[in-house]
Write a protein that binds this ligand. Structure first.
Ligand code: MN3
Length: 214
């Protein structure tokens, strides 16, 4: 690491969280090379560009990420798009790494399992609806299970937009940008989406659900 980047990191408002497992932990569903580029380069760039946008804005640097992107109207217009894209990217990916794990998948138990059944009829129906959101998002974006207005709903967003920007609370999100799957799946997004269910970390999603309800 160069002296320059160390200097920048020392005063950076936001830092890239380490991946909570090895790059190859999610094989064969997501390949190690994709994970390395996705975390180090893509997420790394969102953090670096967010910090760059916030240079000289001490008031904004003090905010939690959720406060920052949840109130974009308070962000000066000349940096608003940069904060929206890179703050959203930082928030979305910070959650995304944690809601995946080796040996994940299956059907969720307990309260989140019951809440999903209550909202969507059955786990199979939920999965179908979520997959539809992931597949119908044109271009780059995310599919979401979110908590909003006291209930669980499914939605998708474009680019790096977060449900937080519309007052919702993300419970789980799936990155459907091509950078998330192209090395292994090329244009076959449906195969990536289906494979992804094998690494879903329901323990972490349960934590997000509990936090969202508060
Ligand atoms: Mn991504």
């Amino acid at each position: 690491m160069s002296t320059t980047s160390q200097g920048a990191a020392a005063q950076a408002a936001y830092v890239l969280p380490p991946l909570p497992y090895a790059f190859d932990a999610l094989e064969p569903f997501i390949d190690a090379k994709t994970m390395e580029i996705h975390h180090d380069k893509h997420h790394g760039a969102y953090v670096a560009n967010l910090n760059k946008a916030l240079e000289g804005h001490a008031d904004l640097q003090k905010l939690s990420l959720e406060d920052l992107i949840g109130h974009l109207d308070r962000v000066p217009e000349n940096i608003r798009t940069a904060v929206r894209n890179n703050g959203g990217g930082h928030s979305n990916h910070s959650m995304f790494w944690k809601i995946m794990k080796k040996g994940g998948g299956g059907e969720p138990k307990g309260e989140i399992g019951d809440a999903i059944k209550g909202a969507f009829g059955s786990f199979a129906d939920f999965k179908t609806k979520f997959n539809q959101a992931a597949m119908s998002r044109f271009g780059s974006g995310w599919a979401w299970l979110l908590f909003s207005g006291g209930k669980l709903t499914i939605d998708s967003t474009a680019n790096q937009d977060s449900p937080i920007m519309n007052g919702g609370k993300p419970v789980m999100g799936l990155d459907v940008w091509e950078h998330a799957y192209y090395l292994k799946y090329q244009n076959r997004r449906a195969e990536y989406v289906e494979a992804w269910w094998n690494i879903v970390n329901w323990d972490e999603i349960t934590k997000n659900f509990d936090a969202a309800k508060k």
